[in-house]
Design a protein. Structure first.
Length: 142
């Protein structure tokens, strides 16, 4: 799948926050590839209804990000409830696509400050009511 895509958004995680982000991205007309374990069959159906492609797997493993075409993606947005998985995926995404903006969900404020300054990524604080500001900051203008 990833071999045929370019300029898309890789969205890691398809829980409540991931689904909100997917809706926002699709409303902007962006192609989205969801990477998630998609344990709930309703999530897979919801991804399809939104027009998202999907790769079933763990975002912290490079193989699944590669299948999602991270090397040619416009950006990566990592929204799982697992801070370590998000951080591992962000490092992998940066390694495989050094120029793509990365947004990741983090819970620890100290970690947020360190990650944003050291890795030049945008942190999506878990307490945000809407994902719009950090997601918008990561998207290059059309």
């Amino acid at each position: 799948m990833g071999e045929t895509l370019s300029g898309h958004v890789v969205l890691g995680g398809f829980g409540t926050l991931g689904q909100q982000v997917a809706v926002l991205l699709r409303e902007r007309g962006l192609e989205v590839v969801v990477v998630d374990t998609l344990d709930d069959p309703d999530d897979k159906t919801r991804a399809e209804e939104l027009g998202c492609r999907y790769v079933q797997g763990d975002i912290s493993r490079a193989h699944y990000l590669q299948r999602a075409g991270i090397a040619r993606a416009r950006c990566a947005i990592l929204t799982t409830g697992n801070e370590q998985a998000n951080l591992e995926a962000a490092i992998t995404a940066r390694r495989l696509n050094p120029t793509a903006p990365v947004v990741l969900r983090l819970f620890d404020e100290t970690l947020v400050r360190h990650v944003e300054s050291i890795f030049s990524v945008h942190a999506l604080r878990s307490r945000l009511k809407t994902p719009t500001p950090p997601v918008s900051a990561a998207l290059p203008s059309a």
